[in-house]
Design a protein around this ligand. Sequence first.
Ligand code: GLN
Length: 195
Amino acid sequence: MKRIGVLALQGGVAEHAEMLKGIGDVEPVLVRTAEDLAATDALIIPGGESTAVGTILAHDSRGQALRELLVSRIQQGFPVWGTCMGAILLARSIRNDHRRHLSVMDIEVHRNAYGSQLDSFTVSEPIEGLEGGPFPMVFIRAPVISEVGPDVQVLARHKDAIVACRQGNLLASTFHPELTDDDRFHRYFISFIKR
Ligand code: GLN
């Protein structure tokens, strides 16, 4: 059984765990420490508040140990998917914020790019690699992916803005598949795990 971690420091953890349970054949594991992370085959970083989680990973001693193991596993091919806040944590840089978090994926993000007049909204767009038609995308105070490096494959756009992309073992999306009943993107991520 594949063990899929969900980073559980803050944010929308339970919804990812529920969706994974529904898929079957994978076990969700809540990850708070390096020890928890060591026992997983992949990690989902959920939506939440990047400044809060970034602070724990940077300044709390258990958070620092977790961050160190995570970055070294990523360099060895460990699959990680960041949704919304998770994409901000993976990004090499943030256009409108001096903070850098994990800085492991060659993307730049623009935090809260849709502004307050469009705090949250839902659309449907096709995602490359997903069969079965357009995918429902829920955006909540979402960033956009404002730049991608040459090794990054763009998977989906909404109105020209990049909303999902992949760089090898790393997946980033600015929307929340765990808030829908469509598990195709979770299944796509699980397929990154090599046996
Ligand atoms: N606005 C949040 C941030 O910048 C991200 C929002 C989300 O994860 N839904 O950290």
